[in-house]
Write a protein of this length. Structure first.
Length: 656
């Protein structure tokens, strides 16, 4: 620190501001909230000696120039806190300003001296000067100036020191002085922090993924958007909020894959939707077998009429026939023999797909084109994108792209489909992805589920990563679903729908589809490579359970929140139990799940009644949310028997 030499230069402030929360990576990345949330900011703020200080939380919308101040209150042990509402879907900036509070220091000193019977004539003059200084700043600002002037007049006319001090020390005087306090000697936190305020759908939604080309009734033929619209009433009836499509762009013809990923497609095989682009267009066009761009817009409108929005897959991959290959060959990696390198994930090979080379010399042109593509689909009514394999592209690109799109379209939601290393997944979330796929798909046992979700919802990870739980995807049919049968589908649905406030299923899950390629976590006869015709009423389906879960989610505000998850103890290693409650405890949902799809298990369940405001010495009500039946519980310990072939999971609403 350099020392000022000017005679009138003020010394540096002695106030320290430390351990600001929330703050992510020293302010490098924003934290996340949703519209209607309250941002609570706290910090350690202190100075030398015993002098009092004041502090304000400074905040503004990112598009505002002027800052707004909210007074901070002292909590304890030099910890200060303030909260501000977040009413708008935008980005806010915030920081902290702290300053010496000579008037409160004066009040403290004079109060102690009066209690000791000391003469305070000089101190009263000091207080009078401080109040007069505040009155000068309060002039023209409501009634505070008059109140302070009157307090000085009353003190000046007081018959003794005690009467004068009573008026100058009064709480209404202190409040008025505080509102117009000098901020000389102030310190400002050395960085501005950001909070991204997303719409509520970023935190609370139920997704349903399906291939529109598999919505028809004729084998070997693609369904159209119009035929896919016929599925909307059934999807809405199950209670979903988002209809998610894999890529709908034109599919390449070169090296097109056949059924079950065979290397040679027949003349009527549709190819893989991720092999994007042919002579009819690329990422801004529509596969003609589905219909036209106008047909897609009609589907978006029809979904909206059913209370749902459409999410679209954004995959930065190209077929060899994509227009970019011809127009921008520099965007692709070229082998020494002059051929373009196709995609690989050894031992898997994707001969029909060219990955983009983000290190090419024209990276600025590439970035601009990908932004244009996203904004093109926003113009068609799409405000949610699931991004395919973002971890194989530079994180800095996503940070730029998401900020660019959300600058004028803050309503846009981006879901990161990155099943990769934990730190990479977290970095993508920090860079701006609204939601993230998680390892839930492979977390099956009690200890690993509890440990993983405590990390997601109770550590600082909750400030930036919202886990969207999918028990299956077109690429992943987990072993638990292959081997656990219908009971596994049922309890995995309950886990996904209640551990997180945002979850999704890939179509076929509700039908308990579990035909797998032997020895692999992949669907046999996958619709990634073929048209499928589904029997949506297939015997053994769990559509009633999915419908009930989404109904329960909508009815219970506790299930709308993400970071209110609390695990409770059970005596069985096979039974996982947890609860979610609203802050006022008006809504409490308790869940218990048998994680063994084959065997019945019994357990003692320990309900933390005292923490929930429930009576420990008299009955309270437990309503079974799946059956509607109610029962009276007593005390913290309940005994359960969970048969996976009956109902592997139970959900209750608890109330006094």
């Amino acid at each position: 620190m350099s020392i000022a030499t000017a005679a009138d230069a003020a010394p540096p402030s002695g106030i320290l501001i430390e351990r600001v929360s929330p703050e992510l990576d020293c302010g490098r990345y924003p934290v996340k909230r949703e519209v209607g949330d309250v941002l609570v900011v706290s910090a350690d703020i202190f100075r030398e000696g015993h002098g009092h200080i004041g502090a304000v939380l400074c905040h503004r919308r990112e598009d505002e120039a002027a800052w707004h101040d909210t007074p901070m209150r002292h909590v304890d042990n030099d910890r200060w806190s303030a909260s501000v509402p977040l009413p708008d879907n935008t980005r806010y900036r915030y920081t902290i300003l702290a300053y010496p509070d000579p008037f409160e220091s004066w009040r403290d000193e004079v109060t102690k001296k009066l209690a000791a019977g000391l003469d305070v004539a000089s101190e009263l003059l000091e207080g009078r000067a401080l109040i007069a200084d505040a009155a000068y700043r309060a002039a023209g600002a409501g009634t505070d100036g008059a109140l302070l002037d009157d307090a000085i007049a009353v003190a000046d006319a007081a018959p003794n020191q005690e009467a004068a001090a009573d008026r100058l020390l009064a709480d209404d005087v202190a409040s008025a002085v505080g509102r117009h306090a000098s901020r000389a000697g102030s310190a400002t936190y050395d960085r501005e922090l950001t909070v991204v305020v997303d719409r509520v759908a970023a935190r609370y939604a139920a997704w349903y993924e399906f291939f529109p080309r598999s919505a028809g009734t004729v084998p070997g033929r693609s369904a159209t958007f119009a035929e896919a619209e016929a599925r909307l009433p059934a999807i809405a009836a199950m209670g979903f909020d988002v209809v998610y499509f894999p890529p709908i762009y034109p599919i390449g013809r070169s090296h097109r894959k056949g059924p079950n990923n065979t290397l040679h497609a027949g003349p009527n095989d549709p190819g893989v939707p991720y092999a994007i682009g042919n002579e009819l267009g690329g990422h801004d066009a529509v596969e003609p077998s589905l219909g036209t761009l106008e047909d897609f817009r009609h589907f978006v409108g029809a979904a909206r009429e059913h209370g749902m929005e459409v999410a679209l897959d954004f995959a930065v991959t190209c077929s060899p026939d994509h227009p970019w290959v011809r127009e921008h060959p520099e965007w692709f990696a070229v082998r020494p023999d002059g051929t373009i390198k196709y995609a690989e994930n050894p031992p898997k090979k994707y001969q029909d797909i060219y990955p983009i080379n983000f290190s090419n010399p024209d990276w600025r042109g590439l970035w601009a084109e990908l932004r244009r593509v996203i904004l093109h689909w926003v113009a068609q009514g799409v405000t949610t994108f699931r991004v395919d394999n973002p971890h194989t592209k530079p994180t800095v690109f996503w940070e730029w792209l998401i900020a660019e799109v959300q600058r004028n379209h803050p309503e846009v939601v981006f879901l990161s489909e990155a099943f990769t290393r934990p730190k990479v997944m977290k970095a993508l979330a920090k860079a701006g992805f609204t939601q993230s796929y998680t390892y839930f798909t492979w977390r099956n046992h009690k200890a690993e589920l509890r440990g993983y979700f405590e990390e997601l919802t109770q550590s600082d990870v909750r400030e930036y990563l919202r886990g969207n739980l999918f028990p299956n995807t077109p690429d992943i049919l987990p072993t638990i679903l292959q081997e656990g049968g219908r009971p596994a589908f049922k309890f995995r649905a309950v886990l996904a729908a209640t551990l997180s406030s945002v979850y999704g299923i890939y179509s076929g899950f509700e039908l308990c589809e579990n035909a797998a390629v032997p020895g692999r976590e992949e669907y046999d006869d996958s619709e990634k490579y073929d048209y499928k015709v589904w029997d949506w009423d297939r015997p053994g389906n769990i559509i009633p359970l999915i419908t009930a879960l989404n109904r329960i989610r909508r009815a219970h505000p506790a299930l709308h929140e993400y970071d209110n998850l609390r695990f409770v103890d059970t005596s069985s290693d096979h039974v996982l139990a947890y609860l979610k409650a609203t802050p006022d405890r008006d809504d409490i949902v308790l869940v218990a799940i048998n994680l063994d799809p084959h065997q019945t298990h019994e357990t003692a369940l320990h309900v933390p009644v005292a923490d929930l405001g429930l009576p420990a010495d008299r009955p309270y009500r437990a309503t079974d949310l799946l059956t509607g039946s109610g029962e009276s519980w007593n005390g913290p310990t309940q005994h359960l028997r969970l048969d996976p072939h009956d109902e592997p999971a139970r959900l209750w609403s608890l109330a006094p």
